[in-house]
Design a protein around this ligand. Structure first.
Ligand code: PLP
Length: 500
């Protein structure tokens, strides 16, 4: 399987090259040149396999320059009982007849980013070797919370890699900060930046773009790479869990082979739902793809009107991992639904960069509406949904998942569609325990509680066990207490790598 760029069809590279470099040289994203097909019988076979084996079967269709043994090594290193709290890795929870939650948060950081970031380091390490590179890979991350911790857990102790994470001193929650500063591993470094997320991100971007510094790194046998969500190596493992969910439904005889299933996805950067689109194009029987947003509803408007317009106030919401106005992975969808029109995609992306807005043709809009439904809800509706679902079914969701449930309810009301549906659950409720606790027990329940006490209160109210990675945080030693100025980020990197 060869990969090309969304902005230049002449480009042709291997999967290993796409994973190693992350972004195409023209600024476009790497996309597969075709969609491998999966047929009914194969689904029945997949259904009999454990998660890691299912992963190998799907991954080998895309990563054709990797051997089966290599993919098996990657999949078993990522998806095992040591890293995930359940053997199933991505279990389904049945809410009612025909409505299910796909829980993607049983990994080491309790959010769905583990599904990709547990395996990416293994892809990357092998990709570097395959492309003839001998240098050690250094991952630099600027994080507003979830990604940094998931990347740290994924890369820790992976030979041939180092990871350095910068987070804004005042821009992350207490739990998120605690998760990062207690990080263990012999190849990790974490530093707070005195500033906001933009300061941390622009600092990292500056280091990435610095040619002189790249030479210094090269002399010391290091190369920089990124673990952000546009890397093909993060997208491809996400396709797996859509197949896995369908297989689980088959296995429990909730559906018959060939029966369509809708997927509802709480969306930010459009990576997760794009993976569902890929699964559909590969032949998985998927009905509607329901794209759920919070009040940063730029995608809802786009799906409904064909106009993408990020010129609107940025809202800080109770589902912060979806507070995004530029959904980078949408570029890949545009490329596919225009029949690989690289010039058209490049033009839209230029308009987006220059004016913050572009508009697709009626034909493209119609194609997108055939595949997707878009909806959104605000924080009040999100909290109501958490409370209602808990009251009626005894199931407790985090805020991101609740946005999806709320939009799913709107969808059913509006369309009357009764197709069986899977709501993708992207974080443990404990990760956002203040909001969840407030929703199910009222604001009084929060009084006088710190972040750790809130975990305990939520466990008691919801009759759930605190996930081990979060329960253990309080007693973990702080390893990284340093705060640097924006201007000192280079020194942090040089110091960690012992640069000469
Ligand atoms: C990152 C994230 C999302 C958004 O996923 P995208 O792939 O960016 O659309 C949703 N929920 C949670 C909890 C996340 O961490």
């Amino acid at each position: 399987m060869e990969y090309t760029s969304t902005r230049d069809n002449n480009l042709s590279v291997s999967a290993a090259y796409a994973i190693k470099t992350g972004l195409a040289p023209d600024g476009g994203l790497f996309v597969p040149k075709s969609f491998p097909r999966v047929f009914g019988e194969e689904l029945l076979e997949l259904a009999q396999l454990p998660y890691a084996e299912r992963a190998v079967k799907i991954l080998e269709k895309f990563l054709t320059d990797f051997s089966e043994a290599e993919l098996s090594d990657c999949a078993y290193s990522a998806y095992n009982k040591e890293k995930f709290e359940t053997d199933e890795i991505a279990p389904l929870y049945k809410l009612t007849n025909g409505v299910y939650f796909l829980e993607l948060w049983h990994g080491p950081t309790c959010a769905f980013k583990d599904m990709a970031l547990q395996i990416l380091p293994h892809f990357l390490k092998k990709s570097v070797v395959k492309t003839g590179e001998t240098k050690e890979v250094v991952i630099l991350v600027a994080t507003s919370g979830d990604t940094g911790k998931a990347a740290l857990e994924g890369f820790k102790d992976v030979n041939g890699t180092r990871i350095i994470v910068f987070y804004p001193e005042k821009g992350v929650s207490d739990i998120q900060k605690r998760q990062m500063i207690t990080q263990e591993g012999n190849n990790v470094d974490v530093a707070a930046v005195n500033g906001n997320f933009d300061d941390a991100q622009s600092g990292v971007k500056k280091i990435f773009g610095d040619k002189e510094y790249a030479q210094i790194l090269e002399r010391n046998n290091f190369m920089l790479s990124s673990a952000n969500s546009i890397n093909w190596g993060r997208l491809v493992p996400q396709i797996v869990y859509y197949f896995s969910a369908y297989c689980n439904l088959l296995k429990c005889e909730e559906i018959q082979l060939g029966e369509p299933v809708n997927f509802v996805v709480p969306t930010g950067n459009f990576g997760n739902i794009l993976a569902a689109y890929y699964a559909k194009e590969m032949g998985l029987p998927i009905g509607k793809l329901i794209c759920a947003s919070n009040e940063n509803n730029v995608l809802t408007d786009f799906i409904r009107t064909g106009v993408y317009d990020k010129n609107r106030p940025f809202k800080t919401t109770g589902s912060p991992s979806m507070d995004i106005l530029i959904s980078s992975n949408l570029e890949r969808l545009l490329y596919h639904v225009t029949g690989c029109d690289d010039a058209q995609v490049a033009d839209w992306m230029k308009k987006l960069a220059e004016t913050g807005r572009y508009e697709v043709s009626e034909a493209v809009k119609a194609k997108i509406q055939e595949l997707f439904y878009g909806g959104f809800c605000d924080d009040d509706a999100t909290e109501k949904t958490i409370a209602e679902t808990n009251r009626e079914h005894g199931y407790v969701m985090d805020t991101h998942t609740a946005v999806a449930k709320c939009v799913y309810d709107q969808y059913c009301e509006e369309t009357g569609d009764t197709t069986k549906s899977v709501i993708v659950s992207t974080a443990s409720p404990f990760k956002f325990s203040n909001r969840v606790l407030e929703a199910i027990a009222g604001q009084e329940a929060l009084e006088g509680l710190d972040e750790f006490k809130m975990l305990e209160a939520l466990a008691e109210k919801a009759d759930l066990t605190i996930p081990t990675p979060l329960a253990g945080l309080k007693s973990k030693a702080v390893i990284f207490s340093a705060t640097c100025e924006k201007t000192e980020m280079y020194e942090v990197v040089s110091h960690m790598l012992n640069l000469l």
